[in-house]
Each structure stands twice: as C-alpha cells, then as structure tokens.
Write a protein that binds this ligand. Sequence first.
Ligand SMILES: [Zn+2]
Length: 108
Amino acid sequence: MSDSKPVSPVPPDRPAWLPETGAARAASYRLAPPAILAFYEWEIGTCFMCRTVNRFVTAIGARGGEGGEEAVPLTVCGSCVLAQEEERRARMIRSGRRYVPGRIGQPE
Ligand SMILES: [Zn+2]
C-alpha cells in the first residue's frame, strides 16, 4: 500500500490536456510543429496571408457571405499557422490565460 500523495498543483503553463509526467517541470510546454499542425485539416490551395500558391493550407474561417454574396474561405499555410500559434501562445501567457493550440480563427 502506498501513501496517497497530495495532488501537485498544475503548473500554470501546462495545458490541461497535456498529461503530467513530471519529467520536464522546468522546461517549456511548447509543442513541436508537427503536433501543432496535426490539429488542423490540410488541402492544397493558396495562403491568404503570405499569398503562396499550391501549398498545403487549412481553412481557418471565411470572409464575406453577407447579402447573398458567396463566402470566401480563408486558408492559411503551415508556416503562417505556426507563426499565428506562436503569437497566440505569447498573448495567452502574457494575459494569464490557458493556451490551447488548434484554434486559430476562433475567438480567444
Ligand atoms: Zn502562408
């Protein structure tokens, strides 16, 4: 029988969905790019941010669609997704909120 240990408080930077391993308590919980990109679905298209054509892009929203006009999907390439995720992560940490990847284009 082992003594029941008190539950250690969650480090503020660790997202709730990331299991506590205790291995990297002092390290950053920054995810590697493949892990971040895996939150999105990819197709070939044009990035509306850097204008690169024929790349893997992911739809993060749509523009227009009011007054009977057809909505234009906003698609972003992997480089721009990672840049956006980095900025979002920094914003979340600065304001004391929890960073969850995979939510570009959604309200913070
Ligand atoms: Zn791009």
